[in-house]
Ligand binder design. Structure first.
Ligand code: OAD
Length: 265
């Protein structure tokens, strides 16, 4: 994109956000690409390399949670069975927030970002300092009870039984990360839908817009009159409803966008 044209688009997006009352962001894997985590699809994507997981992954877990926990507690097994997956998990574990994440913290701090709905399981928005985050596909740093949705920090949770039991309700504990075929936890889904209904501007950041229900949120907001701003180096199925489509990396564009909004104060 030519510099002047890019600058004009960022200016338009900044003005829209400045004038909006309820801005939310829908985030995907592209947002964490500059933190060193590969995306899922496209060249270099983890699913491109190893194929998508079994759509019955969640059902398989329910049928045999012990096997999953044994793999989980024995990373050597993953290293042997799938070196690519092990590399991906290592990248997730080592990742730190990038300038795009910090720009979203600033946006929340100046009152111009109500909620982040993220499909990322890396937890980087919370680590960067955002407070209002709906992790619609879970957070790899937590375990979750399938019955009461209580969440527990992995590092602070002592595993006694396999599968572990929820200390609050005795329900079955699994990783908070949402498996293929698993329903989105009701609390985050509700939080996301409430934010989507209320917003009058939505940032769509680094997502291919192919996984539901998250992929339906921009169209839902657009139908209700919200202005859609997409930041992604590629066009996606969501680009057509974007009032502004900015071609670029979130780590480059978001800091410039937020600086412009700050100057409008
Ligand atoms: P995808 O891998 O499907 O898409 C990543 C998007 O990021 C693509 O559109 C890229 O063009 C874009 N992208 C790449 N680098 C970027 C950058 N630096 N800045 C901005 N955008 C960039 O990832 P998601 O849309 O997040 O679910 O995938 C959705 C879900 O599919 C994931 O949450 C995961 C996966 O299966 C589960 O694991 C449950």
């Amino acid at each position: 994109m030519i510099r002047d044209e890019l600058d004009k688009l960022i200016e338009i997006a900044a003005r829209k956000i400045y004038n909006a009352n309820h801005v939310i962001a829908l985030v995907g894997a592209g947002m964490s690409a500059e933190s060193g985590i590969p995306t899922y699809r496209g060249s270099g994507g983890i699913w491109t390399k190893i194929g998508e997981p079994d759509p019955r992954s969640f059902q398989n877990y329910i049928n045999d949670p012990k096997s999953w926990w044994q793999r989980m507690l024995n990373p050597e097994q993953t290293n042997e069975e799938s070196p690519e997956r092990a590399k991906f998990l290592q990248a997730l574990g080592a990742a730190k927030p990038n300038p795009g994440h910090y720009a979203l913290v600033e946006l929340e701090n100046i009152g111009k970002l109500d909620t982040i709905i993220t499909q990322n399981v890396d937890g980087l928005h919370r680590i960067a300092g955002n407070n209002n985050v709906a992790e619609i596909h879970g957070n790899r740093n937590y375990y979750r009870c399938l019955d009461c949705t209580s969440r527990f920090l992995r590092d602070e949770f002592t595993i006694i039984d396999i599968p572990p039991k929820c200390p609050n309700c005795q329900g079955m504990i699994k990783s908070d990360g949402v498996m293929f075929g698993e329903p989105i936890p009701s609390d985050v889904l509700e939080k996301s839908i409430t934010a989507v209904k209320k917003c009058d501007a939505m940032l769509v950041l680094g997502t291919s817009g192919t996984v539901y229900p998250a992929a339906s949120f921009p169209a839902e907001a657009y139908k209700n009159g919200a202005y859609i701003i997409e930041i992604n180096p590629e066009r996606t199925p969501l680009s057509d409803i974007a009032g502004t489509q900015i071609s670029g990396a979130t780590g480059d564009i978001l800091p410039v966008l937020v600086e412009k909004i700050n100057k409008m104060k």
